[in-house]
Design a protein around this ligand. Structure first.
Ligand code: CS2
Length: 478
């Protein structure tokens, strides 16, 4: 048997010589009682909010240690537990790359194995915040049950409420989480207590963090001299804009000191981020996958696709946004997408697309139609999305699709693949994606049918070139 010569990253190996020069937690972790319960231990939270809490802990404020709850995977909770909650993030931008070991995760647990531990942690007097990253599809009964039972135990113990911060890419994420909790309980006393004492700030979170791969662990081993089975790659850029709505009003000032933007209304930031960044991501993913591309970097390196995305933002998205300096924001996004060190897989972004595009594309399409303006870019992307459900790219390579509606939508694509018009109409009738009436709008329908026919007849690359030629009057500059 070949044994790994490298020791595993954990509290005892933090002083390895190879880690000298690497940013490691510069505070005493032992004995810290978590003040934050985080639900959803995925890559995004571990490379975003966890670093903010890590900075607050490093500043001497001991209230921000995290109990990380894996809501789906038991393995990840165990991997992190074996590393004393430590893991490294490689942060990259044009100036270079740097590793950082994050220490904010004090304990981990798997909700499916020990739900009682999660309830007890939420009901612990030391807990002040619950943060949530469970992805768009995670706002379901199991999340609500976990939260509501913990909060109910808090009420029974005579404790005060918590700040419950959703950090998922949903519009009005805090309001949605609160509504989910309230809808789950029929107990008036509990509902009144929750409404009176808990706060659910809306927020916009941003950092591009691809899912962990074996390459992350390999590069961590080479750079750190320890084995880190939970290592991540990320960009340097991050943003967290949160509504000033906390149980402890001073928390706004405290988290601002770590770089979080606290505002009265997150709406302008949230809309711009969902429709510009995430909307472009979903378009890049659907179109790029058909063309056989792998990553966002590959997508924006394709001149035609880059031009398409720039125009999509400029022509159909920006006119309906109020965030300041939109053209600069759009260009900055394209630069972030072009970061070669952040290998962000198009299939990762395309996963759960049935849950995403209603948030990312539909508001721009609706606003354009209302204004009597063009929806061609979104129609092209929507046509690519429909063709994507045939689960095979144009080179004939099959791919797996991960989506809660996968069975229904792959079946829809297969059933209608003989007629692109039927296929477009069938997909536009999926109300869970397009809403009640939007999919029936004749302007959208005509454009989607047209571009789906073009994609099927000529291939995506040629259809894209024709599309760009047809838009030659559209503004190219952001
Ligand atoms: C991406 C997001 O996977 C996706 O759908 O669009 O995870 C995106 O990278 C983040 O929201 C960036 O902040």
């Amino acid at each position: 048997m070949i044994t790994d010569p490298l020791p595993v990253l954990c509290q005892n190996t933090l002083n390895q010589p190879a880690l000298q020069g690497i940013a490691i937690p510069a505070y005493e972790r032992y004995g810290l009682v978590p003040g934050v319960v985080h639900l959803g231990l995925g890559a995004f939270n571990r490379a975003h909010q966890a670093l903010v809490f890590d900075d607050l802990l490093a500043s001497g404020d001991t209230r921000w240690g995290v109990l990380g709850v894996a809501t789906r995977s038991q393995k990840l909770a165990d991997t992190l537990a074996a590393q004393d909650g430590l893991y490294a993030v490689r942060l990259a931008n044009a100036a270079g790359t740097a590793w950082r070991v994050v220490g904010a995760l004090m304990q981990t647990c798997a909700a499916t194995r020990k739900p009682g531990m999660v309830h007890a942690a939420i009901a612990n007097p030391a807990t002040r915040w619950v943060t949530v990253t469970v992805t768009e599809k995670g706002y379901d009964q199991s999340l609500a049950a976990l939260l509501v039972e913990g909060l109910r135990q808090r009420l029974d113990a005579g404790l005060g409420g918590l700040t419950v911060a959703s950090c998922d890419n949903l519009s009005h994420n805090g309001d949605k989480l609160k509504a989910l909790c309230l809808a789950t309980s029929t107990d008036r006393v509990f509902s009144d207590w929750l409404t009176r004492t808990c706060r659910f700030p809306n927020s916009m979170v941003d950092r591009i963090v691809p899912a962990a791969t074996a390459q992350c662990a390999e590069e961590a081993a080479a750079a750190l001299g320890v084995r880190d089975n939970a290592a991540l790659f990320s960009e340097v850029f991050w943003q967290w804009v949160i509504e000033d709505n906390f149980v402890a009003p001073e928390d706004g000032r405290v988290i601002s000191s770590a770089g979080v933007t606290v505002v009265a209304d997150v709406g302008p930031y949230e809309n711009a981020k969902l429709r510009m960044l995430n909307g472009s991501h979903s378009a890049l993913a659907c179109i790029g996958i058909l063309m056989g591309l792998n990553t966002v970097f590959d997508g924006v390196s394709h001149p035609g696709l880059q031009r398409f995305i720039r125009q999509l933002m400029r022509v159909e998205v920006m006119p309906h946004l109020t965030r300041p300096a939109l053209p600069e924001y759009g260009e900055a996004l394209l630069q972030r997408f072009a970061n070669p060190e952040v290998k962000h897989g198009l299939h990762q972004i395309a996963s759960d697309s049935s849950q995403k595009i209603g948030l990312r594309w539909v508001p721009s399409i609706a606003a354009q139609l209302q204004a009597g303006a063009s929806v061609d870019h979104h129609a092209f992307a929507a046509a690519a999305w429909m063709r994507y459900w045939l689960a095979e790219d144009e080179q004939g390579r099959p791919y797996a699709i991960s989506d809660p509606r996968a069975a229904e939508l792959t079946q829809l694509a297969r059933t209608h693949q003989g007629s692109m018009e039927d296929m477009a109409i069938a997909f536009l009738a999926v109300r869970a994606v397009w809403g009640e009436a939007l999919g029936q709008h004749p302007v959208l329908k005509r454009a989607v049918v047209h571009w789906l026919r073009e994609i099927a007849a000529k291939g995506t690359e040629a259809a894209l070139q024709d599309f760009l030629a047809s838009q030659s009057g559209a503004a190219d500059g952001c």
